[in-house]
Design a protein around this ligand. Sequence first.
Ligand SMILES: Nc1ncnc2c1ncn2[C@@H]1O[C@H](COP(=O)(O)OP(=O)(O)OP(=O)(O)O)[C@@H](O)[C@H]1O
Ligand SMILES: [Mg+2]
Length: 333
Amino acid sequence: MNISEIRARVEMLVDEATGKTLKETGAIKHIGIDPEKYTVIMIISIAKTGGEEEKNLLRQIARITKVEMGFRGLKVQFEETRKLEGIGSNQKVKFIIIASGKGGVGKSTVACNLAYALVRQNKKVGLIDADVYGSSVPKILEMEHKHPRASADQKILPFRAHGIELVSTEFFAGEGVPVIWRGAMLNSMMNHFFYDVKWSKDLEYMIIDSPPGTGDIMLDLKNLAPTASVLIVTTPHPSASEVATKAGIAFRKLKHEILGVIENMSHYLNPATNEKDFIFGKGGGEKVAETLGVELLAKIPINQPKHHLSLFEPDEETGRIYAELATFVQLKA
Ligand SMILES: Nc1ncnc2c1ncn2[C@@H]1O[C@H](COP(=O)(O)OP(=O)(O)OP(=O)(O)O)[C@@H](O)[C@H]1O
Ligand SMILES: [Mg+2]
């Protein structure tokens, strides 16, 4: 029994969602045999996963391999073909994940300000607010609660704020929806954001604001945006920097490139003395950068913007820091 024989048999099966044979759709991505367990391993791409079509196919493949060909085991991984059509596989878009491990260190603020600084440098920027637990992007971008609309071809239309194209869990979950329910939606929400949103065709950057923690979201992102690079945000405090380092290591294990570290809430410039007060301690950013072997890209002071709620303009010290960060991202991401 060899691989080409299995292929020849399985290729004749039909993907019911399209009515075409697996040969016609080029569905078989991989076939292997584990000789010890005498098990067939396959990766098959079909139009729609998780439904009756997948179950029926699996049943037919099991009949061929196990009943007719006598293999002891079968493992099939089904992939959805439409994934190849999502924004995640658009080679022209650079994906940048903003991550920290710890909550409340300023991920969302950094994500929005970086997106805004890129827009100010004439880049086409998208922003995915993936924080189902505490979405704050709409507030940072001074948006009211909105209900998403659909395009004629049944895609979700993204919103636009300060020149940034965006979607947020907030618009889908709605205010006051229980957190526990939002958690259950996390995975399908991310899928919608990547496959069902009508993003502009000419987007150059997609910034992803992630929720705190290093859980399932990382695996989802690996799947959805395999080539994303990561910016790690920390505060100067050891408790934040330790968790940020762990998050960095976890992302690296998934083979995401770490672009660098941003130390937020670095210090407070005391207007009375004109000296820096290190309210949250010192050294967190350096520590994370050193341990991960990457650059410390920016130290953002504690302060409030002059013109907006949370966004900074280039006539402010912090606005200039974000502008430099945006320039760096364009060179390195
Ligand atoms: N440099 C700064 N100076 C002053 N306030 C800041 C600074 N950075 C962030 N903040 C404030 O700290 C709070 C937390 O910031 P933000 O929501 O961006 O953090 P986060 O990491 O996204 O949090 P979460 O983990 O809840 O998503 C917000 O109220 C924000 O306005
Ligand atoms: Mg946040």
